[in-house]
Every structure is written in structure tokens, then in C-alpha cells.
Design a protein around this ligand. Structure first.
Ligand code: 5RP
Ligand code: ZN
Ligand code: CA
Length: 233
């Protein structure tokens, strides 16, 4: 698939792409860029033009090695001593588009001050990319030495079986990183519509991509390409 190849090339060059999940899921488009390549200008770009939450999706193998918890499991655990946490925690059937959310911790790198300015978020994001790479190459490194929580960058933990388990931008972006041979820590941010209070439509997202020279991918084509790639690995 020519589209996929162009996307992999862009990601290897540290450039932005777009991923639309599917009509039958969220029906949303995210701007997506490798964490290690992020500059403050990319954070500004996502904040102003996409407008959703700026998150970093982390590979399931690295997540496990870094011991990143799912936020819902953390809250469920803490609910043993707090009624309100038991009431509020995500339950089966809560999400209309998936079985569970991929949210993990919210973090700041320890070298940030407040953590919110574009250059501080960019630092946190790049360092997440770096620690993911180091951990996957076998380094003995502790997540807490570099990061603190709460913070201003949301970590997303990709599902254990990746696309077999879940087909959100979390897993779709990590699958692309694996195919591209780059560090599987990917920044995602939903594109919102400033005019109607909704997520930006698929057509308008595509139009935006055209204007900005971005490759636009749909979940299904990523799933198909990944199956072929994984089968040949
Ligand atoms: C975090 C989200 C976004 O939808 C993001 O695209 C990742 O989530 P998912 O994998 O569920 O699509 O909820 O802002
Ligand atoms: Zn979402
Ligand atoms: Ca999404």
C-alpha cells in the first residue's frame, strides 16, 4: 500500500501524519508524530490546529518493562479504601466505542518546572521516547528517576496484543512505529472542529492533511499492513 509506505517514510523522518480510526469506532482523526522527534513547535501545532489532548502512546512490551499502570486499574486498586473511587472508576460498557481506555499516568519530566509550556511538554515527550528506546534495548532504568506524576502529558498504554486486542490510535500508531522500525512511543492528539463543538469530520481532516502535506491513514489499512508485516517478520 503506497499510502502506508509514504506514512512510514514520514515517520522515519520525524514528520507528522494523520490517523483516522474508523466510522464504527470514535470516528476521529489524530495528528501523530514520533515522540523522540518532537519540538516545541510540534506541541504548539497540535495544541492550536488539532486541539485535543496531547498524549504519548507507548508500546505494550515497553509499558510492561517500565511498569506503567493503566489508570483504571490504579483507581480500582485504590477504591478498596475509597468509595468514591469505586463509584467513578471505568466499568465494562462505560465506553461506547471500546472495551477499555488506554490511559496510564499523567507525567512531567523532572527537569520541567510547571510542565505545561510547549518547550516543557516537548521535553517530557522526547524523554518518554528516549526511555522507551532505552528500556527496549535492555537498560536498567527506573521510570521514577526521570518522571513525576501528576503531570501534563498523558501516557497511553497500548493493549497487550496490540491490534488483536484494540484498534484505537494508541495501538494503530504503535503498530506503524514498529513497521517503520522507529522507537514505539508516539504522540497523538485529536483534531477538533472550532466551528461546531465536535470532533473534526473525516472529510475536513483529510482536507487539512492535503493543505499541510500530511499522509492520511485509516485504521483498516494499518491493520491489514501490520498483519502482512507481522506475518513476514
Ligand atoms: C486520548 C484519547 C484519544 O482518542 C487517542 O486517540 C488515543 O485513544 P484511543 O486509542 O482510544 O483512540 O482518548 O486523548
Ligand atoms: Zn479518545
Ligand atoms: Ca482516538
Amino acid at each position: 500500500n503506497e499510502n502506508i509506505n509514504r506514512a512510514l517514510e514520514a515517520l522515519r523522518a520525524g514528520k507528522m501524519i494523520q490517523i483516522y480510526d474508523s466510522d464504527s469506532r470514535e470516528g476521529e482523526t489524530d495528528l501523530v508524530i514520533p515522540a523522540k522527534a518532537v519540538t516545541f513547535k510540534d506541541v504548539k501545532w497540535m495544541r492550536k490546529d488539532a486541539g485535543g489532548l496531547i498524549c504519548v502512546a507507548v508500546d505494550p512490551v515497553a509499558s510492561k518493562q517500565l511498569r506503567l499502570p493503566f489508570m483504571a486499574e490504579l483507581v480500582r486498586e485504590a477504591s478498596k479504601t475509597s468509595d468514591v473511587l469505586g463509584e467513578v472508576v471505568e466499568k465494562e460498557g462505560d465506553l461506547k466505542y471500546d472495551s477499555h481506555s488506554s490511559f496510564s499516568l499523567w507525567v512531567n519530566h523532572r527537569e520541567t518546572r510547571t510542565g505545561i509550556p510547549d518547550n516543557e511538554r516537548a521535553l517530557t515527550i522526547r524523554k518518554i521516547g528516549e526511555i522507551t528506546e532505552k528500556k527496549l534495548s535492555g537498560d536498567v532504568i527506573h521510570f521514577g528517576e526521570e518522571f513525576r506524576t501528576p503531570g501534563h502529558v498523558a501516557l497511553l498504554r497500548a493493549a497487550e496484543g496490540l491490534l488483536d486486542d484494540r484498534k484505537g490510535q494508541t495501538e494503530l500508531s504503535v503498530a506503524l512505529a514498529r513497521m517503520a522500525g522507529i522507537t514505539p512511543a508516539m504522540v497523538v492528539c485529536e483534531m477538533l472542529d472550532d466551528n461546531n463543538g465536535k470532533a473534526l469530520s473525516k472529510e475536513d481532516s483529510k482536507e487539512y492533511g492535503k493543505e499541510h502535506g500530511l499522509v492520511f491513514l485509516e485504521g483498516q489499512e494499518i491493520v491489514e499492513a501490520y498483519m502482512t508485516w507481522a506475518g513476514s517478520e
